[in-house]
Design a protein. Structure first.
Length: 161
């Protein structure tokens, strides 16, 4: 049995909020530039703002978290920061569990979070998978807790044998 999940910020209120913040900024800088209020070198701020805002939006829209759990290992990758799969074999995992937690409030917001020996990959979901491995803790948000829990139960049965 294999469970695979992909999460991103596409279609969330975060993307609409960013658009609502960026469009007025682009409009304002364009109007100021066209009216000549930015001076002779007004093309420089126009170029900087006109480049950075779309690039920021494209970066946020491209961030995805892919998690995969099978009977042998837990794997994850976080595009565009980690392009290859990071595989955690069953033998190297001390404990793995699923909790109903609000990852946004409990781990300090959405995105990739580092604090102490904990690394959290938080998107908009009500459940988190906590993996403890060699003194480190990895936290992943998930929208498929029942599917992941079924494989975790199978793991624990095999580990106890």
């Amino acid at each position: 049995m294999v469970v695979q999940e992909q999460q991103s910020f596409r279609g969330t209120f975060l993307m609409y909020g960013i658009i609502l913040l960026e469009l007025p900024t682009l409009t304002l800088i364009s109007v100021l530039y066209l009216m000549g209020k930015l001076g002779e070198d007004g093309w420089i701020p126009m170029l900087v703002v006109g480049t950075l805002i779309p690039l920021t939006f494209l970066l946020l829209i491209s961030i995805t978290l892919e998690t995969r759990l099978d009977t042998h290992a837990f794997s994850y990758r976080n595009l565009p920061f980690r392009r290859s799969w990071k595989k955690l074999p069953l033998e190297q995992i001390n404990s793995i569990s699923i909790h109903k937690k609000d990852g946004i409030l409990d781990y300090g917001g959405v995105g990739l979070r580092f604090y102490g020996k904990t690394k959290a990959y938080i998107f908009f979901a009500d459940h988190v998978i906590e993996v403890e491995q060699g003194g480190k803790k990895l936290v992943f948000s998930t929208a498929k807790p029942k599917e992941f829990d079924a494989i975790i139960s199978e793991w624990q049965m095999n580990k106890s044998l």
